[in-house]
Write a protein of this length. Sequence first.
Length: 756
Amino acid sequence: MLAVFLSQAAPLLGQTRQQSAQKTGEEINLTADSLKVEEKGSRIEAKGNVELKRQEMILKADEVRFNRETQQAEAKGKVSVDDPLWKMKAEAAEFNLEQETATIDQGEIFLETGHLSMSGKRLEKFSGQAYHIDEGFFTTCLCESGPPTWKVSADQIDLRREGEAIIRGGTFYLMDVPVLYLPYAYFPLRTERQTGFLFPKFGSSSREGFKFEQPFFWAISKSADATVGIDVESRARVGLFGELRTILSRDARGEIALSYFNEGLRKNEDRSIGDRTIADQDIPKNRWSVFATHRQSSPLGWKTYSDIAAFSDDLYLRDIDTFVLDSPRERELRSSRYASSRFGVLRDFNDMRLQGEWAFYQDFIQPDKHTLQKTPQILFRGRRVLGETPLEFRWRAEGVNYLRKEGADGLRLDLRPEMFLPFQLFPYFPGSFNLALRETAYHLYQDEGSFDRNRSRQLVEVRGNVGTSVGRVYDLGTSYLRRMKHVVEPEMSYLFIPSVRDRDIPIFDGTDRINRRNLLTFALTNRLWGKFAQETIAVPEDRDVELVSSANVGDIREMGRLRLALSYDIDRERKGGDSLSDLDMNFRLTPLDYLALGFDTGLNPGPWQMSQAAAVFSLLDPRPLTHRVLDRDFMRPNQLDLSYRFIRRDSLAELADNANLATLSDERLLRRNIVGALGINTLFHLTDRVLLLYNTTYNARDGQFTSNRGGIKLLSQCECWTLSFTLKRSTNPDKTSFQFSFDLLGLSSQNKELFK
């Protein structure tokens, strides 16, 4: 055995992460049955069980010759290269380490990125990841035995640096059966963005009939791409959709998604309306949607932003499902009562911020002619310490122009200067005192009943707060949890706002109605912090096993928190009324980094009756992933999420079932609880090749499921295709939908999570 240091060694097959070796030099360990050094060490010849190690790369062969001056290497007899990024087997190979080129005879190469396998009678590697193959084939299947699910063979194959494959005299095989002759063809192979058709999507719905969607992906440039496609639903509509994404610079990015549907195939469209309390129940023949967002920063410190969501009708999000344009923002809007669009500009000046924004709203429940639009809203806020004193001056100034077609609208100016004084009541009892003056002025554009066109309101806000924190550290000394800290934080605060007459001013938002407050609030918070041992998860010695998730466990985090808060109304006590608010309880428990529990509730201290509650339970599979596949869903751990929400009826209970004020008439709603909903979301790996999904929402108040969605996803044994089936049942609108998806991984696949 001999360790040889080659000061000018360069990386085999041009791995990017090793390029610095050409300048700094890398150590190569070479072992063989016999080793011969000639010409003062410039030529090395090794024979018999040759093994060359350089960093994480291992080269094995029966015979290796290396010239330090020309950086030329020759390997013969059972040549193999094992590297974390690529692997190779061949009868013989010649390398030029400086030019990053190689000639390989009867060889096989596997590239970890993209799971690409290629072999041929003769392979040539050019500078970078570019190859030419004579009489060879390529595939992304990883079959341990038997023929691959699919492969492409050809007389000549050129793999370019951009991840493109050019085929001449080729044949496409399924399970070693030729199905298509390709005299000349082009394939995108890499997992990065690549222009081309994506696999079509299929589905069926009890209302829309058979569904078909054909998307096309366009990689415009390194910083921009787009998705366009056609959508056909046999009993409802035909439509087009498109999405453009771009990053113009480090400080500028944007996205826009458009869709258009023609409802000419629909019949009896009124049957699809599940909620008859919506003001506008019209389904137009031509329907469209616009989603857009952008963020940009200028060298002068100004930032601009926009978020647009606009739809042709109020039922668009409930009625139309798409496969591709299904962003988190769109899924959130499906359960919202309105969509918002905003455009804004802002700038921060140390402790100050100036912001201007235009906001527009589309109401999905009530008529849009009553909806207020903020055009524009200007906000200026900041703070400044006064000299060397602890006194701090804070301010907030807001001007809003409210517009709508019907109802009161106009200008509003809200000024709120404030003095903030921190103090130390006792050595361990810090506190603060706030005194704020508030002036709110209005100018209406027209006379509205009893409202004067010009009105103003003056307020005084007095706030005080004092509290402390006491903690103790427990040294547990266990192999998992080293130390635990218990912290107790008692706190008392006071709020006083005098009564003021504001019934003769319109209601635009919550700023326009501020009731008298004379409250004492008592709160007690308990926290548990844990310091965990740093642990390294053992990785199997088998080099074919790769640790995908983090191998280190150990940190400092909050393990649990319990906060109790109760307010005492001094004014109500004087008048003989109920002076205590609900007892708010907030509980969080995370004993393990993969387990979380939460419970929030409000208890009426009179009858000790629960007024509202929310509970969550989340569990992730803590076992590390040890095998990487191209499909993102199979890279996610098993998970189980449970949630429950409850709100007891009150004076506004009827608005939960019918938010359209003009149609409230059912007196039975006053006797029902507002919300009682159970949610379940699961993702489970039945095997390494079968993934199950199920999520549902159950209305415990009415005793029925409002939505059910289940799915199964299959990964081929060779990990080169997936097959997905999803079944969804909803009540608003009332329909059952089935979706089918097939992807060849690494070849025209979307590479996006399907199960969300």
